[in-house]
Design a protein around this ligand. Structure first.
Ligand SMILES: [Cu+2]
Length: 475
């Protein structure tokens, strides 16, 4: 009898009072409360009927009714229209996924992951508000799975929680999901069966619903990023789903810098960036340089204009989406990255002793007697690590970054660049590493930080100790 509800006298009285109160509502108020849900992203209103009960409209066409988003290092899932329904097919399968391609500067980093249709993460699903979608999910994995449509209001039996809403999809089986989407905004999909394992192996994707009646014109560039985190022990080829704390590969659309493609924007472009976060354990404060953005959407709906906070960093909590918009009015190469400093490192080891400030002095000479080639590292931080071209284990990459136009960029992981140009020229948003694009910004004269001269320092800073000044020229 443990799980039987217990009606205490107080609880019963409280409940009766509530019901009596409801019955006493004036008829007008009750009618308002039962109003039909409306289009326009206002699906968080607590009306009596959920939005999915509204009949579908004729299916929207990309190019005519909406512009497809840009999934860098990924793609949008193709569909067919059958009797007014948009039909998609997701195939869950193992994928030998490249996190960072091989370049002149680093070996590739790849691992056997679980994804969809040959990709990690899965392709972005896109539709128009009011579309009816039918999604076949074929399971080619060795384990059962099920797919949850994260943030989408739909019938309980379509929600995809294995065991709760449906039987898990067994290996070799195909299940059919079907629902009408009466929302717009940025949503996600992911495995909801053995989540710890299957999400850690990559079974995630973005789900974008375009508005049927947009209140603002579509942006010039509409980027979408899935943020996620992995543990890939150097030298191994399988992400470790048991990891809880020490994630060492932090990704944008399953690519770690320098493997993540840059965002491109023509000067004056209105840019939208949709972030989704399905990391196992971490929130990501995503930060933009050279611009500030407004937070225009959360996963529950659009933010009304008056409430759109200006910011340069948006916190994207686990299990959430955040959409930001800005005008790319500042030409240059601009960093965009998670501001957690350990999330912009590649395959970070956290077990290192702290030797910052230690003078290795005679130590290296002594140890070299027993260990030829030994070198104490890290006494000045990690910035030089990538540049040293040290030998590292197979299938691993330097902890930090890659060459940039002015030296070494000491960031990896959840980092990429926004390139704003008056003329994008040969720059293309396609597969590759960032620095392989070759298109670095040339800072106009007078807009570049450079070494200060002796004369400038004496002129502007007053009396200076000789030791703080650059050496006087000889002669
Ligand atoms: Cu982060």
């Amino acid at each position: 009898m443990k799980n039987q509800p217990v009606f205490t006298r107080r609880g019963f009285v409280g409940r009766t009072a509530f019901l009596a109160g409801a019955a006493a509502w004036p008829p007008l108020l009750r009618a308002q409360n039962a109003a039909q849900p409306q289009a326009g992203g206002d699906h968080f209103d607590q009306t009596v009927q959920p939005v999915w009960t509204k009949p579908p409209l004729s299916p929207g066409e990309p190019g005519r009714d909406y512009r497809l988003v840009i999934t860098l290092n990924g793609s949008s899932l193709p569909f067919r229209v059958v009797d007014g329904v948009k039909v998609f097919h997701l195939i869950c399968e193992e994928v030998d996924h490249v996190f960072i391609p091989k370049t002149n500067y680093n070996d590739e980093l790849r691992a056997f992951c679980w994804g969809f249709n040959g990709q990690v993460h899965g392709p972005t699903i896109e539709c128009l508000e009011g579309d009816r979608v039918r999604i076949y999910v074929t399971n080619k994995l060795p384990a059962s799975t099920s797919i949850h449509w994260h943030g989408i209001i739909l019938p309980s039996g379509m929600d995809g929680v294995g065991g709760l809403n449906q039987q898990p999809i067994g290996p070799g089986q195909t299940f059919r999901y079907e629902f009408t989407v009466w929302q717009h905004g940025t949503f996600m999909y992911h495995s909801h069966h053995d989540e710890m394992t299957q999400m850690a192996l990559g079974m995630l994707g973005m789900f974008v619903v375009h508005p049927r009646e947009p209140k603002v014109p579509p942006p010039d560039k509409d980027y979408v990023f899935m943020l996620s985190e992995w543990k890939i022990v150097p030298g191994t080829k399988r992400p470790d789903p048991n990891e809880m704390v020490e994630f060492n590969v932090l990704t944008l659309n399953a690519r770690a810098y320098p493997g993540a493609a840059p965002l491109l924007a023509k000067l004056g472009d209105r840019v939208r960036i949709r972030f989704g976060n399905l990391s196992a354990m971490d929130h990501h404060p995503m930060h933009i340089h050279g611009h500030s953005w407004r937070i225009t959407e959360r996963d529950g709906g659009s933010v009304s204009e008056i409430a759109q906070w200006p910011a340069t960093t948006v916190l994207v909590p686990v299990g959430s989406t955040r959409t930001v918009e800005f005008v790319a009015n500042n030409p240059g190469d601009w960093a965009m990255h998670c501001h957690m400093t350990h999330h912009v490192m590649n395959q970070m080891g956290h077990g290192l002793p702290n030797v910052v400030g230690v003078d290795p002095g005679a130590l290296d000479k002594q140890v070299n007697i027993f260990l030829p080639g030994y070198m104490t590292m890290g006494q000045d931080g990690m910035g030089e690590m990538g540049d040293m071209r040290m030998s590292i284990p197979a299938n691993s990459v330097p902890m930090v970054g890659s060459p940039g136009p002015h030296g070494y960029i000491t960031m990896g992981g959840m980092y990429t660049n926004l390139k704003v140009r008056a003329d994008l020229g040969d720059l293309r948003a396609e597969e590759g590493t960032d620095f392989a694009y070759g298109g670095w910004f040339e800072n106009p004269p007078g807009t570049q930080a450079i070494p200060a001269t002796r004369e400038e320092m004496l002129r502007d800073l007053g009396r200076m100790a000789e030791s703080q000044l650059p050496a006087a020229p000889h002669g």
